[in-house]
Design a protein around this ligand. Structure first.
Ligand code: AMP
Ligand code: ZN
Length: 457
């Protein structure tokens, strides 16, 4: 029996899909104005464990993730610039190209972390028509007013506005918020539609009954969620920061229009605190999956680090925490190597039950990992042990079934790439220097009919 903590109810509840077969899950996706950092990726790892656990319990999952490619402002309080425009200025390309570039980077991060792809992706910019019609319906019900800079939702009209944030004891005092936006009736009111600045053409803007502009982030998500999964859905997911504003505002709009909760369960993953921002400088002031790789960590080392903490506890990220996770992963892999075999054996029932009990207790991954270690140290026969381990890995997602590839440091791979480029430009002398540099570092770059190969000397 799977129990999940429901932020809305502030307690663990038994979970089963509404239709008893397929769980309908919506996860707030990335704002694709820059690379995702490892904090963001922790949230997606938690959601991946959630999905895998539901599958492990024998249900299907329909998992929708949106891509926020317009309308998420630099402040959650409807102020500041659209992050996509910030990205466009920073990179010197259009907001559309920014979205393409960082969506691709995000999808690559998911792959590296062995996160199962959502059943479907939905881009906010692909659902503008639906969003406009949603706002019109809210307007017809009297929840909407217009100011000089946009169309706003009147939160005072929803009697229990902010109920999830209050229940979760998150500070939602109006006074604690930033300077009010002129024309807003209540500090918590939020933009459903923002007007394009006067006299300025944005990369992304659309006509609407209220004027040219773009949708508000909270409207995008509620529309994509309900249109793709219906109402109520089974689980709405995101990082814990979404409780007081983004999810509260999605919920308020759904209640206004449908008079019911939009989700049965609200699932929130705790933050990663990143004190030292400087693991690598390659992606600016953030730590990314790529920068972990530059430091010789595998993305799955980071996945292990995330699994070693419960998803509702904070992780204090540090290089030393990463080193501990890496060394745990290495001993795990070397233990698995000893038992890897072709087998048709079934998972051991007692271990499987223990694992299931742990993971079904609100995704207790630290305990599930403890069971995994206990299994590996047990005196079960090799085949049964390996079969049981593979069964656990359906939830852990640590790719324990895969032979480890020979590890080539990122810096050496880069040297090989650079050499390849120089050779294409027929700069053979410089290319040769690079080959020597790699050799001095202990790696041989070889050319074969299948392309360049790197080998440890
Ligand atoms: P964003 O791309 O900013 O829209 O965020 C993507 C996801 O990452 C959201 O679910 C956020 O709640 C989550 N998130 C943002 N910062 C962190 C962090 N430091 N640790 C964990 N999750 C985060
Ligand atoms: Zn969202």
């Amino acid at each position: 029996m799977l129990k999940l903590y429901n932020t809305l109810k502030r307690k663990k509840e038994i979970f089963y899909p509404q239709d008893e077969k397929c769980a309908r899950i919506y996860a707030c996706g990335p704002t694709v104005y820059f690379y995702s950092h490892i904090g963001n990726m922790r949230t997606y790892i938690s959601e991946d464990v959630l999905r895998r656990t539901i599958l492990y319990n024998g249900y299907d999952v329909k998992h929708i993730m949106n891509i926020t490619d317009v309308g998420h402002l630099t402040s959650d309080e409807d102020e500041g610039e659209d992050k996509m425009e910030v990205g466009a200025k920073r990179d010197g390309i259009t907001a559309w190209d920014v979205a393409k570039k960082y969506t691709a980077a995000f999808k690559n991060d998911l792959k590296e972390l062995n996160i199962i792809k959502p059943t479907a992706w939905i881009k906010a910019t692909d659902t503008i028509k639906e969003q406009i019609s949603f706002i019109e319906r809210l307007e017809n019900k009297g929840y909407v007013y217009t100011t000089d800079d946009g169309v706003y939702f009147d939160t005072s009209k929803v009697s229990d506005y902010g109920k999830m944030a209050n229940l979760a004891n998150v500070d939602q005092e109006p006074g604690a918020r930033v300077e009010p936006v002129p024309g807003k009736k209540n500090p918590e009111d939020f933009a459903l539609w923002k007007f394009s600045p006067k006299g300025k053409k944005r990369d992304m803007e659309w006509d609407s009954p209220w004027g040219k502009g773009f949708p508000g982030w909270h409207t995008e998500c509620v529309v994509m969620c309900i249109n793709s999964l219906g109402i109520p859905i089974d689980i709405h997911c995101g990082g814990i920061d979404h409780v007081p504003v983004h999810h509260t505002n999605e919920m308020a709009q759904a209640e206004a229009l449908y008079n019911q909760d939009m989700a049965r369960f609200w699932f929130h993953s705790e933050f990663v605190d990143i004190k030292s921002k400087k693991l690598s400088k390659s992606k600016g002031n953030i730590i990314t999956v790529e920068s972990l790789k530059e430091e010789m960590f595998s993305p799955l080392d980071y996945r292990y680090l995330c699994l070693s903490a419960h998803y509702r506890t904070k992780i204090n990220f540090s290089s030393s925490a990463m080193r501990t996770a890496k060394s745990a992963m290495e001993s795990l892999k070397s233990k698995v190597k000893e038992i890897r075999c072709e087998t048709t054996a079934r998972a051991n029932e007692a271990y499987r039950r223990e694992f299931l009990e742990n993971i079904n207790d609100d995704l207790n991954t630290p305990k599930a990992l403890a069971t995994t270690w206990k299994l590996l140290r047990s005196d079960l026969g090799k085949e049964e042990k390996y079969a049981t381990l593979l069964s656990f890995d359906r939830v852990l997602g640590l790719r324990l079934d895969k032979e480890e590839e020979e590890k080539i440091p990122y810096s050496i791979k880069n040297l090989a790439k650079e050499r390849e480029r120089l050779r294409k430009e027929r700069k053979f002398e410089e290319a040769d220097k690079i080959r020597k540099e790699a050799e001095e570092k202990g790696y041989k770059i070889e050319d074969s009919s299948q392309g360049t190969r790197i080998k440890k000397i």
